[in-house]
Design a protein around this ligand. Structure first.
Ligand code: NDP
Ligand code: GDR
Length: 326
């Protein structure tokens, strides 16, 4: 039975990845932080066979213990301060967790592996935010990185460290440069979930406004369930490598809003939407669209869920949750 250790198991991707690995017959372990993490119950209910280890990306000894106790074949580093807007308010914390945390995991793993550095395979959750002020379109694995936020800068550090540990020590370390991926499990601070929750509430007459920031940015949005499969595929390759994971389609926030309202039969969505400078960012990433042809050719990966299906899935899930009184 293969064993996997996941950091960030309480997050959107951690939950989908853990489900995928359990379904594939893995013995799954997760790192959980905090003395009374409110998401522990969620993980335990959803994934009763998963073993949780107390740990934090800023605490190396906790990671060494988690590695020793789980003895994994594969490590997926998904833990991060992942909300871009928050990263300006907490830049140093973001650097500690999202940047230096990657080095801490890599170094713990290198020590854990001893004589055979490629014994445990490693996945780093890199991001399309590294492309930031994009230097070419669509973005691919060799596109110049130009991050626009403390989060993006931190992800660039983690990405280069992963490549560096692969090149320096021969570790089987791969980096997935994932474009935005969403789901009904997306945190409510991210724009897609904020929209789906508000549209669901408005459609049930339980709210009358949706307050957003900039409606012009464009994102390449896919479904998180599809994207965790790409993470797993990367670690099944003989050679470690870096891969862009994306749909190749881009839509503006405005289009996401219009599609979500249209799904509940509201065409005059403008009457519900207000803009507030509070949600504008000091530097914006205007337009992202990824070229995932390397992943398609080498991993045989392609996305299954399209844009409209994704929007409908999220709005429907939020309507169901409201109706069920969750
Ligand atoms: P989430 O924000 O949903 O999850 C983040 C996870 O990181 C949570 O489990 C959180 O734990 C954990 N975490 C935060 N701080 C620490 C810490 N100090 N020590 C240990 N764990 C910590 O993110 P997603 O699931 O959406 O994303 C997963 C990864 O992929 C992240 O690294 C993100 O930056 C990256 N990424 C995400 C994309 C997306 O579109 N979703 C696209 C590209 C990259 P807790 O519950 O305790 O807060
Ligand atoms: P992003 O996701 O920054 O792309 O990072 P987010 O959903 O937060 O923002 C997307 C775009 O929407 C604009 N926007 C708003 N955003 C939020 N959160 N709230 C608003 O009210 C709002 N109004 C407009 C933003 O300005 C931005 O342009 C996500 C995270 O998951 C990262 O961890 C990951 O690396 C990247 O995706 C790829």
């Amino acid at each position: 039975m293969p064993r996997a250790l996941i950091t960030g198991i309480t997050g959107q991707d951690g939950l989908y990845l853990a489900e995928l690995l359990v379904a594939k017959g893995y013995d799954v372990h997760g790192v959980i932080r905090g003395q009374n993490n409110p998401k522990r119950g969620l993980v335990e209910d959803l994934l009763p066979d998963v073993t949780l280890h107390a740990g934090d990306l800023t605490d190396m000894s906790s990671l060494i213990r988690a590695l020793r106790d789980s003895d994994p074949d594969e490590v997926y580093n998904l833990g991060a301060v992942s909300f871009v807007a928050y990263s300006w308010e907490n830049a140093a914390l973001t650097a500690d967790v999202t940047a230096k945390g990657v080095l801490t995991v890599l170094e713990s793993l290198r020590l854990h592996c001893g004589e055979d550095p490629s014994r445990v395979r490693f996945y780093q959750a890199s991001s399309s935010e590294m492309f930031g002020k994009v230097q070419e379109t669509p973005q691919h694995e060799r596109t110049l990185l130009w991050p626009r936020s403390p989060y993006g800068v931190s992800k660039v550090f983690g990405h280069h460290m992963t490549v560096n540990y692969r090149e320096s020590y021969g570790m089987h370390a791969s980096s997935g440069i994932l474009f935005n991926h969403e789901s009904p499990r997306r945190g409510p601070e991210f724009v897609t979930r904020k929209i789906s929750q508000a549209v669901a509430a408005i459609s049930l007459d339980r709210a009358d406004a949706l307050v957003l920031g900039n409606l012009d940015p464009q994102r390449d949005w896919g479904f998180a369930g599809d994207y965790v499969e790409a993470m797993w595929l990367m670690l099944q390759q003989d050679e470690p490598d870096d891969y862009v994971i994306a749909t190749g389609e881009t839509h503006s926030i405005r289009e996401f809003v219009a599609t979500a309202f249209a799904h509940v039969g509201i065409d005059d969505w403008q009457r519900y939407v207000r803009q507030d400078p509070r949600f504008m960012r000091p530097a914006e990433v205007d337009r992202l669209v990824g070229d995932a042809s390397k992943a398609r050719d080498k991993l045989g990966w392609k996305p299954r869920v399209g844009f409209e299906e994704l929007v409908a899935m999220m709005v429907d899930a939020d309507i169901a949750a409201l109706e069920a009184g969750w």
